[in-house]
Design a protein around this ligand. Sequence first.
Ligand SMILES: [Fe+2]
Length: 358
Amino acid sequence: MQLNALNNISLELTRTTDLDALLNKIIEYAALIVKAEAASILLLDKKKNELYFKASLGKKSKEIKKYRVKVGEGIAGWVAEKGKSLIVNDVAEDKRWNKNIDSSTKFKTKSLICVPLILEKDIMGVMEVINKKDEEYFDKNDEEILNSFANQVVIAFRNANIIEDLNNYFIHITEILIQAMENESLGPKGHFMRLARLATQIGNKLGITGKDYNNLYYASLLHDIGKLKVSRKIDINFKEKDSFRLVQSEISLHPISLHPIIGANMLKQINLFKDMIPIVKHHHENYDGTGFPEGLSGEEIPLASRIISVVEDYTKIIYNTSIESPSENGKAFNKLFSLAGTKYDPKVIDALKEIIKT
Ligand SMILES: [Fe+2]
């Protein structure tokens, strides 16, 4: 039973990234195995030197969450201060016991085990089980079991910290890359952000959710990253031409046409970006198969790439300073819309039209 529970928790640790759900599961198993009425995980707020309830189980589990415990006060506070486990089978007899929370919640604590949560020599909180069932007493064996569960809690936090660090790294590295692209005049300030916002609005309309939604967002930000490695001069010359009027042979012969492949190769080096590689690689494919680099058509082209293709050209019209009158602008938009079914996926164009209307 005990081993089974610990195995289940270890498995959950590798599966779930939902820390709260995991902690609730851990205290649920802990209480079940040591036959306790209630259980809690309290974390240390270092600034205030107080413990607060992160997870709790039992009749007063919701009510208890508003309370805080000063380090050094009460039994939990003592364990957090000393970093030592404690078994107390009659709290009324223990001088460290602070009955304030019990009095307010009208819960009667009789016995408990409290163990510290220690992450790399730092106390990060405590875990406790309360009131042994069936008139029994908590013993050393229960304490050992609780310490095993406490280790699982610490691992869960360490994993959560790693995930947070990775996400943080991912977001900041993306920001740095966008800055580099903007500094290289690949787009005006804020261009890639606006482009990504419109792309995800379209994605939303087309039912893209979860991980795919995130991939669409980040791929939209970084789709032109390959241009950092293609000479800027080449790109500027290329931009001067009307991209709608370029014929296939002209595009495929042009060095700038390598930027989707170069970009995909750049992202290949970073594991976190791996799901975006096909999106970046195919953002210049045309719906009718006349695009580059592989001449994919229709549904063969990743949906996110089909969206970026439309959004990229749409934002080009918006930022084209040579277009002065609204009628010229209208003409450019109509030209873009008329390419639904040839250059662009018709349902992406429909979604864009709907967004523009609102
Ligand atoms: Fe591009």
